[in-house]
Design a protein around this ligand. Structure first.
Ligand code: HEC
Length: 106
């Protein structure tokens, strides 16, 4: 028997098997709480509109230059509309709660 046909045959029957599983898949809703204080409301207002706060938490503790660059990226590349003042408030919040003071490095 042709080996290629055999492989295709196996693949097709596996696909058919999975095709029969059609019960609803429930995803748990994961909430990422954001730390209160230092104008967290500004962060909530701007940083949760496109994606969850998981993006921020997943980065681990990051330096001030990292957060400055990331907020700038959200504004410049992804067109988040945030005033300069609010960007600074957000950066300070992120450095304090999800980062560390540093002038260089990541
Ligand atoms: C206009 C939509 C939008 C807003 C508002 C926004 N983001 Fe993002 N953000 C994105 C997109 C798009 C990505 C990239 C997603 C990907 O690559 O999968 C992203 C990714 C990220 C990442 C992952 C690391 C990276 O550099 O890609 C972090 C951290 C992040 N955002 C933080 C923030 C913070 C903090 C704010 C508030 C200042 C914010 N975002 C507001 C659209 C937005």
């Amino acid at each position: 028997m042709n080996i290629k046909l055999l492989i295709i045959g196996i693949l097709l029957s596996v696909t058919a098997l999975f095709g029969q599983v059609n019960k609803a898949i429930e995803m748990p809703y994961v909430e990422y709480p954001i730390e209160a204080g230092d104008h967290d409301e500004v962060v909530q207002q701007y940083c949760l509109t496109c994606h969850s706060f998981g993006y921020v938490l997943n980065q681990g503790k990051k330096s001030r230059p990292y957060w400055t660059g990331t907020v700038a990226k959200m504004v410049n590349e992804f067109k988040a509309s945030i005033s300069k003042e609010d960007q600074q408030v957000i950066i300070n919040y992120l450095v304090k709660h999800y980062g560390f003071e540093s002038t260089s490095g990541h």
